[in-house]
Ligand binder design. Structure first.
Ligand SMILES: [Zn+2]
Length: 180
């Protein structure tokens, strides 16, 4: 890695750390090794988050609440727009996560590691050798949302934005009925 590319990589690593990335994610995104990252950014004893890496198909379809699935879809859509506009995968990842966080009215439900994992599975990058996720377009509301490459059909019932909209409408009707 030449000097200028190395400086870019260090800047990228610093941004990932600021966004809460775990060490293995920082290594993969920046290309800088564990010991150098530790020496440069964690010399005072504090350490980045560690533990088992997230697995997008698992948490997205089995454990995530619908709000989390909707927010992960938002990250993927922003990433795709930035990448199609010419941003590299790494720049698009960091910028998409920053834009996603800026749009969140409350605490973001998708961590940087999970956003990274979604992009890996959507494009077959970094930790994922195959494409496991795709962005579907909902035929009911027009939103784009993450689905499995292996899911046999695309149904509006699976669109997290439609689920949230239905839930919001039901809650509003219930509260109006309560007031009346
Ligand atoms: Zn929908």
């Amino acid at each position: 890695m030449n000097r200028y590319r190395h400086i870019d990589a260090l800047q990228l690593a610093r941004e990932c750390i600021e966004l809460g990335a775990r060490m293995s994610t920082v290594e993969l995104v920046s290309g800088i090794g564990h010991s150098q990252l530790k020496r440069l950014f964690f010399s005072h004893g504090e350490m980045p988050p560690c533990g088992r890496r997230p697995n997008a198909p698992e948490w997205l379809f089995e454990r995530a609440k619908v709000e989390g699935a909707a927010e992960a879809s938002l990250v993927a859509v922003i990433f795709e727009e930035l990448h199609h506009a010419g941003a590299s995968y790494t720049c698009a990842l960091v910028a998409a996560y920053r834009l996603y966080r800026a749009r969140c009215a409350s605490t973001p439900l998708v961590s940087f590691d999970r956003a990274f994992d979604v992009i890996c599975c959507l494009y077959g990058l970094w930790t994922s050798r195959t494409v496991e996720l795709q962005l579907h377009r909902c035929s009911a509301c027009g939103s784009r949302y993450l689905g499995s490459m292996h899911s046999p059909s695309v149904k509006a019932a699976k669109c997290p934005f439609c689920v949230l909209l239905r839930r919001h409408t039901q809650e509003r009707h219930q509260s109006e009925a309560h007031i009346v």
